[in-house]
Structures are given as structure tokens and as C-alpha cells.
Design a protein around this ligand. Sequence first.
Ligand code: HEC
Length: 189
Amino acid sequence: MYTKTSLISKKFLALLMMAGALSLTACSDSSDGSAEEAAAPKESTQMTNAMDVKQPEPSAETKAPLAEESDMPKVVEAAKEAAEQEVAAQVEKASEQVKEVVSAPAPAPEPAAVSGDKVYATCVGCHGAQGEGGVGPKLAGQAVDAIVDKLQRYKAGEQVGPLTGMMAPMASGLSDADMQAVAEYVNQL
Ligand code: HEC
């Protein structure tokens, strides 16, 4: 969810910047005609206008004088509208996803449905296809209870051996049923 939110705000910012850039272009076309501002350096006029437009909610005072100068506000309005629509769509999408997650039924605990060999597929790389060991210690021949007990300790964040840092993340994703199933599988290897 956090990633989603920051993605939305990034997109929104990008669109706001686009709106700013458009207004800058529009200003350079129209600012020559402004008699009162002729004395001021052209660049600073553009900067000021761009700043005004960048504000998310321009007040009535900022909007009114701009509207008289050219069709620049139309461009800015269009860009802003597009940005708002984009954000609204993203927010709707995100909230729908949240609803889906919230309303999804919690997975029923069904130990029988967990297959040990599937769980062990993630362990093979380090403990060997036959539990003979490799990067990790030999598991073959260990008692089911002993394996479950160690997995629980890794999951709990306990320091078990010198390489616990490597093993703990593997155990942290296992449910009790996963542990039991994988231990039984390993025990039969
Ligand atoms: C990235 C390699 C790696 C993976 C993948 C991995 N392990 Fe381990 N495992 C280790 C290491 C290294 C140790 C020794 C950790 C220590 O020093 O505490 C270990 C230790 C263990 C131990 C304790 C063994 C003993 O005799 O003390 C068990 C049980 C175990 N792993 C089971 C599993 C299971 C089940 C999986 C798959 C869900 C798995 N491991 C996945 C590397 C791994």
C-alpha cells in the first residue's frame, strides 16, 4: 500500500510539473504584450506566473487576471483536470484493492492441504534434495519434532547457530502447518 501511495503522489507531482511547464511556455508567448510588466525582467515574470499556476488550489484572485491574458489558462486547466482525473482514478483503484483484500475470507487453517514437498522446494538449494546438507546443515535423519522446534526458534528470531541470519528469513514465512509438513517430509527423505 505504501508503494502505491507514493506512486500516486509521484504521478500527481509529475503532472503538476507538466502543468507548470505548459504555463511557462504559454507565458513566454503572451508576456510581451503586458505593458505594466515591461520594466520587470522577463524571466522573473515568467517565474512568478509559473509559481502562481503551480499552486494546487489557485484562489479566485490568481485565476481571474490570468484568464484575461490569453488561452494559457485553458491549457493549464486541461492539464490540471487530467491530473485530477488521474489521481481520482488511482485512488479509486487503490481503494477497490483494499476492499478486495479486506473482504477476502481468511484462509482456513487446513494442515492436510499443506504439502511438505512443495514447502521443501524452497529449501532444496541450501539443504539438498535428500536433506543431505549444503550451505545449510544436514536435515536428513533429524526427528520431526526437532526440525519443527528449530524452525519455530528461527521464526521467533532466536539465534540458533552461527548462520542463523541466513536461515531465519526462510522460517519467518512458514506457518505451523508448513513446518509440520516440511519436517515430516524431510524426516522421510
Ligand atoms: C539460503 C539458504 C537456506 C535456505 C533456502 C533454507 N535454509 Fe535452513 N538453514 C540454512 C543455514 C545456513 C542454516 C544454519 C543456520 C544457523 O547457523 O543457525 C539452516 C538451518 C536449518 C535448520 C536447523 C538445522 C540444524 O541441524 O540445526 C533447519 C531445521 C532448517 N534450516 C530447515 C529449513 C527449511 C525447512 C527450509 C525451507 C523452508 C530451509 N531451511 C531453507 C540455510 C538455508
